[in-house]
Design a protein around this ligand. Structure first.
Ligand SMILES: Cc1ncc(COP(=O)(O)O)c(C=O)c1O
Length: 391
């Protein structure tokens, strides 16, 4: 049995994923949520956190006082070393701004770098909080949607982006790389082209790279800032996904340009991480390489199993094994059912909660997104239950 095969009972732990039934029913994710539900809708792992993180947090508990914290040099050095070691990206200490979560950072960027009514470009299908951050702040969504090629791979629509970027009303592009929900990792060439379009049109680029550490074994990920000198660029990083500590809300926004950084800090206001987040980040970035390597191998194995299962048992489902992230984006249009019928079979009959494609853009109603960072036995049970309803 492997480390990640252990099933941890997360019910009654205030987990959105396992205890959030009433909440997610109220926002329309599902009609059914009970003790038999397999919830694979949220990007939150069911694996225990790496031991060095637990030990570092235990030391904080042993102190018995959890007061306001200053950020020690070691925190910044851990981030600098991580990105230098993994991605050959040299970050200066003053470029790092702590943010209490990546979605929070996106909202801060929207408020700091655009005005009411301005356009903000996203590339659908896209992680729903991008659209929410734009609309809730009274800005306008400009969709430079990705295009599926003949290999079922999403590609940028550069020509359309070029036109949208030229419109002076459009102030920001929110890029997601690795891309959620497709799992696509953009190449250096594609990223350079995006940066060039940004630079030529004075478009600020927000690069959400929160999934950058979670990639398949043969994939390579390049932080946008590591391959361009364009500095109207804000990079969103976090330990949240990589090390399964999303509840600690520990993100770091990297902003090279001083003027943009000052603006961001002013709008964000004073924020400091909890003592738990500080301890966790230092341990994660310095002592958890081996754990992460094992995790990636486990996820690769899960995707290999899912690939075999879908091709044998549900050949009508169209998908691509993602290059990065632990999400799988599945197109159910091959069944010739209505989106509501597909939803009903998965959510109500199989009792597996996923995320309907329409959340990522209204034209994706034939899609479902599943999150797979769970012990393989749970993933297998979910797929077996779903397949039964379609065969
Ligand atoms: C692309 C992307 N950005 C941000 C987040 C959320 O990040 P945080 O928990 O740091 O707010 C997620 C979570 O699924 C995500 O997929």
């Amino acid at each position: 049995m492997q480390l990640f095969d252990t099933v941890v009972n997360r019910r009654n732990s205030n987990s959105v994923k396992w205890d959030g039934g009433e909440l997610i029913k109220s926002i329309g994710f599902t009609e059914r949520f009970d003790n038999d539900t397999l919830p694979l809708f949220i990007a939150d792992m069911d694996f225990p956190v790496a031991e060095p993180i637990i030990q570092a947090m235990q030391k904080v508990i042993d102190n018995k006082i959890f007061g306001y914290s200053i950020i020690p040099d070691e925190y910044y050095q851990s981030i600098q070393n991580w990105f230098s070691r993994k991605y050959n990206w040299q970050i200066e200490k003053q470029q790092i701004v702590y943010s209490p979560g990546t979605v929070n950072a996106i909202n801060t960027c929207v408020k700091a770098f655009s005005e009411l009514g301005d356009g903000i470009i996203i590339q659908r299908p896209s992680y729903p909080p991008f659209a929410t951050a734009i609309e809730n702040n009274g800005r306008t969504i400009v969709d430079n949607h990705l295009v599926l090629d003949e290999n079922n791979q999403y590609q940028f629509n550069f020509e359309e982006l070029e036109i949208q970027a030229q419109d002076p009303k459009n102030k920001l592009l929110i890029l997601c790389n690795p891309h959620n929900p497709s799992g696509r990792i953009f190449t250096k060439e594609e990223l350079r082209r995006i940066a060039e379009i940004g630079e030529r049109n004075n478009l600020i680029i927000i690069s959400d790279e929160i999934h950058g550490d979670l990639i398949r074994k043969n994939a390579a990920f390049h932080p946008l800032a590591s391959i361009t000198n364009y500095d109207h660029l804000i990079t969103l990083t976090a330990i949240n996904k990589t090390f399964n500590v999303a509840g600690l809300h520990c993100s770091n926004t990297i902003i090279q340009n001083e003027e943009l950084r000052k603006k961001y800090e002013t709008v964000q206001g004073m924020q400091s991480p909890t003592p738990f987040a500080i301890a966790a980040l230092i341990a994660a970035y310095n002592e958890c390489d081996e754990w992460l390597g094992q995790l990636k191998e486990y996820l690769d194995g899960t995707f290999e199993w899912v690939d075999r299962f879908l091709s044998e048992q549900m050949p009508q489902v169209k998908y691509r094994i993602p290059e990065g992230t632990y999400v799988l984006w599945m197109d159910f249009s091959g069944y010739n059912l209505t989106p509501q019928e597909v939803h009903d079979r998965i959510y109500n009959k199989a009792n597996v909660v996923l995320e309907d494609g329409k959340m990522f853009g209204k034209e994706y109603e034939d899609f479902q997104r599943i999150c797979l960072p769970s012990p393989r036995s749970l993933v297998q049970e979910a797929f077996v239950r779903i397949a039964k309803e379609f065969n």
